[in-house]
Design a protein around this ligand. Sequence first.
Ligand code: DC
Length: 229
Amino acid sequence: MKKITIAIDGHSSCGKSTMAKDLARQIGYIYIDSGAMYRCCTLFCMQQGLINADGSIQEEAFEQRMSEIHVSFRLNAETGRPDTYLNNICVEREIRTMEVSSHVSPVAALPFVRAAMTAQQQEMGREGGIVMDGRDIGTAVFPHAEMKVFVTASDEVRAQRRYDELQAKGEPCDFQQILENLRERDRIDSTRAVAPLRKADDALVLDNSNLTIDQQNAWLLEQFHKIAG
Ligand code: DC
């Protein structure tokens, strides 16, 4: 059976990654977390002192060093899920901190960052058989994907999920700060000039505010079978 391309886009912290990962595992496809790639670019900026104290980015210096950023994913045998590597160092934990979350949207809005990451993502998906989640996968990265899903959930539900996730990892977190951060990220992601977050015209919509993980996985698998046959 021909392997298709599956694009899952949507707002911050709406559970896209969880559903995309689970679907990929069930159907034997490769899963790529495109947000992790923008988080790696942000971590690189932080490590190299390219973010000023006021949060502004040293764009020229950053652009000159973009070619030093190599993101890859490797399966973690213990968790059964892929970990993110920045220049061959596992940064799975570092890229999920609140500090990275608070700088990632301005970094992801830079045209030279998007051009570099989009090219890498298209290369990863050249052969199909991929589930990629993000903000612009169905609109800009794979506009011809056979299956597109746009996921959303209420702001409060999304903030609670992120809060629970950070708590479980023992990361310091504050509900109000998380809520404000995700609203601000949605605003920047939806209003940027290049590849803004928006639903592709041909995407299926899923509001998972009141769905369990099992229910959303079942819905997604059903859509996959309808489309892939
Ligand atoms: O999905 P996430 O929260 O890990 O994504 C982190 C940030 O990266 C998010 O604020 C927007 C940006 N992003 C993007 O601009 N395009 C993508 N395809 C994926 C993520």
